[in-house]
Design a protein around this ligand. Structure first.
Ligand code: ZN
Length: 315
């Protein structure tokens, strides 16, 4: 089979199974260094993974996603222009775009789910249901974000090229995806928390993402990583413990509750007539955790060893 990114055929075997799933192997492309599932799912099969019960339909996840979006926005804020037009690809309920809007952006979003888009519109995001490749707006954007999405697609090069074509000259593309060369990935091997089967079908490192971005026409790329947080339950769950502890939580149906209560700062979603106001309440314990993790995060994320790889590229 050919590499989903560079279309060359040679690959090397990395893992003969992923966790206990023997249906898939993980291979790495010899040419561009993209990691991908083998057998690689067909378009039909990929479509079948996303039933109505995928993330956007589960309101209990709202707090988690809103909080993640705010923390992510804060981490990229310093790279952004002071305003303009933003587009979030795979915007889901529009939380990330909401924070763009709060910072003087005319915020747009697209998502496959029309239900998610109608929620996003309620919080002031210009969201429409579309996939990126068929999206042809009559405007160009200053910033495009593709967050936790590219690892789900079978034609990543087309996605990056399309994003380039929708940007103004000098515009920014920000991509975030699991980092296959992270510290946790290296020590956890086939048990790494970033393996989310069958949804995540391709896995990037700085090399392969840089390859794809250059081919898509981007001039300069900056890379950073996020989500190290060793001294935290979240950090520990990115190691092998994830497999066993995660299973235990799932068995008792406590996984989401656990995420909400122990892993992320609390967010409240307050509905005031048509507008929904989001605010984050960070507890003393959360602040203490952030403080303790800070020096380790600086070092490990600085070495690009964090679990989320973030690229900031200019057209
Ligand atoms: Zn390749």
């Amino acid at each position: 089979m050919v590499c989903p990114l560079c279309k060359k055929e040679n690959s090397v075997l990395c893992y003969g199974h992923i966790r206990h799933d023997t249906n898939y192997k993980l291979v790495a492309c010899d040419n561009c260094n993209l990691f991908y599932l083998n057998p690689f799912p067909t378009k039909m099969k990929i479509k079948s993974f996303y039933g109505s019960k995928y993330y956007y339909d589960n309101p209990v996840n709202d707090g988690v996603f809103a909080t993640k979006s705010l923390l992510f926005f804060n981490s990229i804020k310093k790279y952004l222009p002071s305003g303009g037009c933003s587009l979030d690809v795979g915007c889901s309920k529009g939380f990330l775009s909401y924070f763009f809007k709060k910072h003087n952006f005319d915020a747009y979003g697209i998502d496959l789910s029309s239900k998610a888009c109608s929620f996003a519109r309620k919080i002031g995001v210009n969201a429409i249901a579309s996939d990126l490749l068929n999206y042809n707006p009559n405007k160009k954007f200053d910033v495009i974000t593709i967050i936790d999405l590219i690892e789900h697609v079978d034609e990543p090069q087309k996605v990056l090229k399309k994003a380039n074509s929708l940007l103004k000259k000098g515009g920014l593309l920000i991509v975030s995806t699991p980092n296959i060369k992270s510290f946790y990935s290296k020590i956890s091997k086939s048990n790494w928390a970033g393996f989310d089967l069958p949804f995540h079908i391709i896995y990037f490192s700085k090399d392969s993402l840089s390859f794809g971005l250059k081919n898509a026409g981007f001039k300069s790329n900056n890379f950073l990583t996020d989500s190290f947080n060793l001294i935290s339950i979240e950090g520990l769950l990115r190691t092998n413990l994830n497999v066993y502890f995660g299973k235990l939580l799932e068995f008792f149906g406590l996984r989401t509750k656990f995420r909400q209560n122990f892993m992320l700062p609390k967010i409240k979603i307050v509905s005031k007539q048509k507008n929904i106001i989001l605010g984050v309440k960070i507890t003393i314990v959360d602040k203490l955790k952030m403080l303790i993790n800070y020096p380790l995060n600086v070092i490990f994320n600085g070495l690009l060893l964090g679990d989320s790889l973030i690229s900031i590229s200019r057209k």
